[in-house]
Design a protein around this ligand. Structure first.
Ligand SMILES: Cc1cc2nc3c(=O)[nH]c(=O)nc-3n(C[C@H](O)[C@H](O)[C@H](O)COP(=O)(O)OP(=O)(O)OC[C@H]3O[C@@H](n4cnc5c(N)ncnc54)[C@H](O)[C@@H]3O)c2cc1C
Length: 383
């Protein structure tokens, strides 16, 4: 054993890098070890969309300029399941940065802050007195499990893997687009609902394009998953033939587990912190990673209760809101009504962005306006 680490972080994606960065930022000189089974740069199947809220997190981590060389994408178009379209300029622009670049920059920043980074796949974890022993050789005061959608650590600490009904699956690729294309497109689909295709231009003449749906709906299609996902993507974005196709699971926050056990804290996808309405997870990964890193150094004697409290404070109301909205969104008519309302009222559009990409909640008057429209639409649709 090489001494006791103040913090061992498993996984070097946005959640793990944020945890390591925050711990080193708050306690320079802390012994922080970041383990990842891959070397960086590495690819990760993702839409590469970084919400403005994610940039706020980067600023809190002391990296406000990390993605400044990427062009902001100010425009957002959303097409509802029955074809209602809303296009507007977002209150704050999003960015699209390939994960091969984004994640490597975060890990490099952690390294520069004194975090030790090692290539290592974690397979075992045991509580030992007041410490955690990782793979029999690494002793840590605290562990942040940020090892993604198929978290081995989550399983090792006795928490169940994400259930299929709370899991989505999506494929992403890259396609050529006009270099001046600066609008993110999300096109929802009635077939296999909830499902949507996206095109997120990067600003260099290419766009990240993809298609995602709930896992049980994919299983119900009765065809090989790859055929369904690749086929639907080609069908929905025929003018954007995609290369480098790659798929991955998205554990949605409707199925989130306890945020850890003992001295182990789960962050990001390992904690199922993906927005069930949009599939956005980078912001929640950065946020939860930051809070876990904070708890590891500020509440070193017992970090998990501190982490649970701060996570609840930051996301509790939002997560309860999206739990309810995800249930209502089982009916595509509800989403049609929400997008229809947003098409006429910019404040509703901005609110949808806050709920879908940030930590937003829904004030009662707006809930009422959407409910009224939903009711009206359902009644007018009846014979
Ligand atoms: C197709 C697709 C499109 C998406 N689009 C968007 C989008 O546009 N915007 C958005 O915000 N979110 C999007 N998401 C969600 C987003 O990708 C995730 O929420 C985000 O990557 C979570 O970050 P993370 O750090 O928790 O996990 P990850 O980014 O998955 O990182 C986990 C890390 O852990 C490592 N690891 C795994 N197991 C071990 C182990 N046993 N030992 C050591 N290391 C290990 C992996 O190598 C990896 O580096 C999308 C997801 C998918 C699948």
């Amino acid at each position: 054993m090489d001494g006791v680490w103040d913090l061992v972080v498993v996984g070097g994606g946005p959640a793990g890098a944020a945890a390591a960065l925050r711990a080193a930022q708050l306690r320079p000189g802390a012994r922080v070890l970041l383990l990842d089974k891959a070397d960086f740069p590495r690819d990760k199947a993702c839409g590469d969309g970084i919400a403005a809220h994610g940039r706020d997190e980067l600023a809190l981590l002391g990296l406000p300029d990390l993605i400044d060389d990427y062009r902001p994408t100010p425009h957002l178009s959303v097409v509802s399941p029955s074809g209602v379209r809303v296009s507007a300029t977002a209150a704050r622009p999003n960015h699209v940065v390939p994960r091969r670049v984004f994640d490597a920059r975060l890990v490099a920043a952690a390294c520069a802050r004194g975090v030790e980074v090692r290539r290592h796949r974690v397979r075992d974890l045991r509580a030992n007195g007041g410490d955690v022993v990782v793979d029999g050789t690494l002793r840590a005061r605290a562990v942040v499990a940020a090892d993604g959608a198929h978290s081995a650590v989550r399983r090792l600490i006795g928490l169940p893997a994400a259930a299929a009904r709370h899991t989505a699956i999506a494929v992403r690729g890259y396609a050529d687009v006009p270099p001046d294309d600066d609008a993110q497109l999300i096109a929802m689909q009635k077939e296999g609902w909830p499902a949507y295709a996206w095109s997120f231009p990067i600003g260099d003449g290419t766009a990240n394009v993809g298609f995602g749906m709930l896992l049980p709906r994919l299983h119900a299609a009765g065809r090989p998953g790859r055929d369904v996902l690749h086929g639907r993507l080609a069908e929905l974005l025929p003018d954007r033939p995609a290369r480098d196709l790659r798929a991955h699971h998205l554990p949605l926050s409707t199925g989130r587990p306890a945020p850890g056990a003992g001295r182990v804290m789960l962050a990001g996808d390992a904690a199922s912190l993906i927005n069930p309405l949009t599939g956005e997870g980078i912001y929640y990964a950065l946020l939860s990673g930051r809070l876990a890193g904070e708890a590891a150094v500020r509440a070193a004697a017992d970090p998990l209760p501190a982490y649970r409290r701060s996570l609840r404070g930051a996301l509790g109301r939002h997560l309860r809101t999206t739990d309810v909205l995800a249930r209502l969104a089982q009916s595509p008519g509800f989403i049609d009504a929400a997008i229809g309302t947003a098409a006429h009222r910019k404040e509703v559009f901005d609110l949808l962005v806050e709920v879908g990409l940030g930590a937003g909640t829904v004030p009662p008057p707006i809930a009422l306006a959407v409910a009224r429209r939903w009711l009206r639409d359902s009644l007018t649709r009846r014979p």
